[in-house]
Ligand binder design. Structure first.
Ligand code: SF4
Length: 661
């Protein structure tokens, strides 16, 4: 028997991003860039405990766990025969629409439909989920659409009932009443390889007194959604008509004509070269061929989607300007820069121009970089943090989603050219809040001189601001000392109550890249994960130095100590003579997940490159692992973080060489 093709919550969500996706979803021939492993996805997402916490607020609720559509629907209808009942995951079907509601409360003829999300809500900032123009705020649109869809299905299935709809969200202003709450929700795979959360028997009433989740009625905003047109590219006009139309298209497996836009850049139906060689199909290419009448060869051209940080892509596409060869300066916009450094629009045009001229040479503003370097004090310190934000607090008095800094690595480069892996920190102990020890260790490593400190992206600055606030509210004996230290090496962030700019404020290498350095081989990405292999390919100096086994060795000329590697050769060439990407040749963080998932978790944009590390942290905190597995994972984490800081050193060394210092 063929499986019924229902429009579910997740399919509807996907269709609201782009309705054409419905045609590709679930088809083996169209691979997608979502994580293969749902358990891993739950860990990476970080909000896995929240759904289980929500259930604890309804101690008499019935949980429907079966995945079988018919069985789940049958169990639901049996329970709904009761006059008053609370059901978790009830299955509601209406024609070809099918939903599993997070929490459904039935009281006579009235339903409360509650959608639980691991997203923080602030009653002051988020209020009624509307923007200043009175439309649904883009931040909340997907969540409100989700509830609106479910309410429509429920109301259609039970037309004589009344329905109130709610979002249950994480209240960032709430504080936890007890210690160790987060360790009472352990993640384990269930028999379907889905996430399953085990709740400790020690969870008690006190743990739940101060509610960390808040339930907000969204009926008004849902009504607003029903009254408005959904969006361009949809098969119908109103929200409800679109639900019916989308469900019909999906049921009949008919494709909704694609409307290509900037959103295609992040479309999950893109296919790797290897997958294509194995006969798989790229949904992305199908759409673009259909709309633009492109051939396979056209995809060898760079497009407006490749331009770094470019907001004008949609406008260009509307005008039929797709390939970079067709872009004119006016498409990028006027360059307002009066400084010597590269303004964002100049950088974008530089990228276009180099592509148009087939110019693969590196742009490097050596004069400005020389001036920058002249302001640095040796020894130079390169640091990188690995962080996470855990939905349910570790300790009493803490709020949800406190920033957790669990790891750093630290390299030093001396004026005479010596490099050392000077230190590191890692605390993944279960249920232990690592931040204060983290900052103590960082202080001990950085306070011995006045050398310039480098980070890559403002992430390190933001996290030290978070720890500053946490320390200020703590009873740590050395909190004043630690706070003063933080102030010397950071600048205050916008959300800070105080203003400061430390004398030894960290230098952001990402900003230096943006202002002074562009290698067309990065294809516009400035993430260290892309910049590292590119600089290793372009710098003969690095190739010569690091093709020897000096890293992690002793007693040889130029030897560099390492806390995790032994005689590591960073430069190895592939068959095409290109330097192999060091990030792809590190010890495996997880041995039980597919290369596809590793690749996805490793991908990072400029501001978010810690997917693998934070997933590893979540695994160490919230799952059962053997001691051996824990140790192996910790070793891999240490290697990854060390690679992040050595990558910064490589970049510095290459630049230094390029300005002939
Ligand atoms: S490539 Fe673009 S149009 Fe096609 S499914 Fe993806 S987002 Fe939609």
């Amino acid at each position: 028997m063929t499986k019924p093709r229902y429009l579910t919550k997740s399919r509807f969500k996907m269709a609201t991003e782009c309705p054409t996706k419905l045609f590709y979803t679930g088809k083996k021939e169209y691979p997608n860039t979502m994580l293969d492993d749902p358990f891993l996805a739950a860990l990476a997402d970080g909000g896995h405990q929240v759904g289980e916490l929500a259930k604890q607020y309804y101690p008499n609720g019935f949980d429907i766990t079966t995945l079988d559509y018919d069985e789940a629907e049958k169990q639901t209808l049996d329970l709904l025969a009761l006059d008053e009942v609370v059901i978790f995951e009830p299955a509601i079907r209406f024609n070809n629409l099918f939903i599993r509601v997070d929490v459904l409360v039935k009281k006579g003829n009235h339903f409360e439909l509650i959608e639980v999300k691991a997203k923080s809500y602030s009653s002051q900032k988020d209020k009624d989920f509307l923007n200043t123009k009175g439309n649904v705020s883009s931040k909340w649109r997907a969540y409100i659409f989700d509830v609106a869809f479910q309410k429509h299905v429920l109301k259609s299935a039970f037309p004589k009932s009344t329905v109130s709809s709610y979002l249950m969200l994480v209240d960032k202003s709430a504080t936890c009443e007890t210690d160790g709450l987060n360790q009472k929700f352990v993640l384990a795979k269930d028999e379907h390889n889905r996430k399953g959360v085990t709740v400790s028997s020690s969870l008690n009433a006190e743990d739940l007194t101060n509610k960390l989740l808040t339930k907000i009625n969204v009926d008004k905003v849902v009504e607003l959604v029903y009254r408005k047109e959904l969006q361009t590219g949809m098969p119908a006009y109103s929200f409800k008509d679109n639900i019916t139309a989308l469900a019909n298209y999906y049921q009949e497996d008919k494709k909704i004509a694609p409307v290509i836009k900037k959103k295609c850049k992040t479309c999950e139906f893109q296919c790797s070269v290897a997958d294509e060689e194995n006969g798989k199909l790229s949904g992305f290419k199908s759409c673009w061929k259909e709309q633009l009448h492109w051939s396979d060869a056209d995809f060898n051209n760079k497009t407006v989607l490749d331009i770094w940080n470019f907001r004008g892509a949609d406008k260009c596409i509307e005008q039929g300007v797709i390939k970079l060869v067709d872009v004119e300066p006016e498409h990028i916009g006027e360059v307002e820069n009066k400084n010597t450094t590269l303004a964002p629009k100049e950088r974008q045009w530089l990228q276009v121009e180099k592509e148009q001229n087939k110019d693969t040479s590196i742009y490097f503003d050596s004069d400005s970089m020389r001036n920058e370097m002249a302001s640095w004090t040796y020894p130079l310190h390169f640091i990188d943090f690995e962080t996470s934000a855990v939905a349910i607090p570790f300790y009493k008095g803490m709020s949800p989603y406190e920033g957790i800094a669990f790891q750093f690595s630290h390299h030093i480069a001396h004026a005479d050219g010596r490099v050392e892996h000077a230190g590191e920190f890692l605390n993944t102990a279960k249920g232990e809040f690592p931040n204060f020890e983290f900052v103590r260790a960082l202080k001990a490593q950085l306070e011995n001189d006045q050398g310039t400190i480098f980070m890559y992206s403002p992430h390190e600055n933001s996290y030290l601001n978070i720890i500053y606030r946490q320390l200020s509210n703590s009873n740590e004996l050395d909190k004043n000392e630690l706070c003063e230290f933080i102030k010397t090496i950071t600048r205050s962030t916008n959300s800070s109550k105080e203003n400061w700019h430390g004398d030894r404020c960290m230098v952001d290498m990402l900003e230096l890249v943006k202002k002074y350095y562009y290698d067309p081989a990065t294809n516009g990405s400035n993430s260290i994960k892309y910049v590292l292999p590119v600089i290793l390919n372009s710098s003969k100096y690095l190739q010569e130095k690091y093709s020897k086994s000096i890293y992690g060795s002793e007693g040889v000329i130029d030897s560099i100590n390492s806390l995790n590697f032994k005689e590591k050769v960073w430069i190895e060439f592939d068959e095409q003579g290109k330097v192999k990407d060091p990030y792809k040749h590190l010890p495996k963080m997880f041995t039980d997940i597919t290369d596809h998932d590793v690749e996805l978790l490793s991908e990072g944009d400029e501001l978010n490159n810690g997917g693998l590390a934070l997933t590893a942290y979540a695994r160490l905190q919230f799952t059962h692992m053997s001691d051996y597995e824990r140790e192996e994972l910790k070793k891999a984490l240490l290697c990854y973080c060390e690679t992040d800081t050595v990558a910064m050193v490589f970049l510095y060394e290459a630049w230094r060489e390029m300005i002939n210092l």
